[in-house]
Design a protein around this ligand. Structure first.
Ligand SMILES: [Zn+2]
Length: 429
């Protein structure tokens, strides 16, 4: 997983090691440059979709941040394993086929927390490596994220002694650089080259150890990126909607900004509510009206019915975001804008961000020496990120992840194996 690798950044010129697979192993390689991530296009949401094969409406990681609806508790992070409502692939592997060797190496400590063990809920991979285990020189001083070369060092060192059945790695230099310098900067181009070099080292490692012939390599990204650099049309691409509400003396709501989207939670609405009640509906209608007048807000959507406000589920039936952790209102930023609420100078100075529908398009490359792979024919269906877990489950002979509480998952919330790349595809049971 190359964190933040927008599809437009994944070109043969920038990523020669990745794209040489299409000629070197042409009979086993498929390169899609139009795969679809899930909404919101945030890191935590899409990593969990990748490893559960489900949308946020099912797995419950509705972004990087949320409000728990506990009064007097500030908005928090959605980065703990106990918050995931669907089994991860690690959980399925460890509970049904414990002899499988699984490994996760995460350059962001928060991802290691997401895929750590949660008692009676989730199982960790057999080996879980986090950036916190990297040498100080191998980590970015500001974020604490490990550099791609360091992350790949760790992955290869862990893979060498015990050939893993499933190894998941997150490389975050592209994401970190695209946030700080912008996705179209020279620094970001260098980061893409670095991620490509790391992928090349993984391929070389598999070939050198004679493992390539039974390997399947899936390279993708959790979301794309949009540049936020100020332009003459939008000299100030930051939306600080909380100030507008304060000025209008609107109270009774919590705002949670998450890059290209912002959640509006009504304080008086319990998590399980299916309607908001007359008083709250008036407040939310007022908030929606103010949001529509705010420069940079392109959509105002209602998860629960609010008179005069577009319904989330009817406007975007493919987002599958109707989870109780999603705000009663969801605001979407115009391309090139981000929400920063409350105002924070570091967040406001980012030159790239993601979260909205403009960052859904990601690359997906499937390759490897494994004889059961075939190249996708032109015109094959556009792959979804939620299809990756069912594909891995098929390859490993695992059943699909289920909801932790045993409730069956609705068919539209689950991905499908990528039959376009599997020579002998059968759905796992
Ligand atoms: Zn990310």
């Amino acid at each position: 997983m190359v964190d933040g690798l927008d599809a437009r950044l994944a070109t043969p010129a920038r990523m020669p090691r990745l794209f040489e697979l299409a000629t070197r192993d042409a009979e086993h390689t498929s390169a899609f440059l139009d795969a679809r991530a899930v909404m919101p296009t945030r890191t935590n949401t899409n990593h969990v979709s990748l490893l559960t094969g489900t949308y946020a409406e099912a797995h419950g990681i509705t972004g990087n941040a949320y409000w728990s609806r506990v009064p007097d508790v500030a908005p928090g992070r959605l980065d703990a394993a106990e918050l995931i409502a669907v089994e991860t692939l690690f959980t399925v592997a460890e509970t049904t086929q414990p002899s499988l060797v699984t490994l996760g190496a995460f350059s962001k400590p928060k991802l290691a927390r997401l895929f750590a063990a949660a008692p009676d809920r989730q199982r960790a991979p057999d080996v879980l490596w986090s950036a916190e285990l990297a040498s100080p020189a191998g980590r970015d001083r500001v974020t604490g994220y490990s550099f791609d070369s360091e992350t790949m060092d760790a992955l290869l060192a862990l893979m060498a002694p015990a050939e893993p059945d499933l190894a998941v790695v997150n490389l975050s230099d592209v994401d970190r650089t695209a946030h700080a310098r912008g996705p179209d900067s020279d620094d970001c181009e260098r980061a893409v080259a670095g991620a490509d070099a790391a992928i090349g080292r993984l391929v070389d490692h598999l070939r050198a150890l004679g493992r390539w012939e039974r390997a399947v390599l899936v390279v993708t990204a959790d979301h794309g990126f949009t540049a936020l650099a100020p332009t003459s049309e939008r000299p100030y691409p930051v939306i600080t909607f909380g100030r507008d509400l304060l000025r209008a003396r609107v109270t009774g709501v919590h705002l949670v900004a998450d890059g290209g989207v912002e959640h509006v939670y009504a304080d008086a609405v319990p998590a399980e509510a299916t309607t908001v009640g007359a008083d709250v509906e008036l407040t939310l209608a007022r908030v929606a009206g103010l949001a529509r007048e705010t420069p940079g807000v392109t959509e105002v959507l209602a998860r629960l019915p609010v008179g005069g406000v577009t319904e989330l589920v009817s406007a975007h039936p493919d987002w599958h975001l109707s989870h109780e952790r999603t705000g009663e209102l969801l605001l979407v930023a115009s391309p090139g804008y981000e929400f920063v609420d409350p105002f924070d100078p570091a967040e406001a100075s980012l030159l790239g961000n993601h979260g909205g529908p403009g960052e859904l398009t990601v690359p997906l490359v499937v390759s490897g020496g494994y004889a059961g792979l075939r190249p996708a024919r032109p015109g094959a269906p556009v792959p979804m990120l939620v299809d990756v877990a069912p594909t891995i489950a098929t390859l490993l002979g695992l059943r699909l992840p289920r909801r932790l509480d045993g409730t069956p998952l609705a068919a539209e919330l689950v991905g499908h194996p990528l039959v376009a790349v599997l020579a002998d595809a059968q759905s796992p049971h």
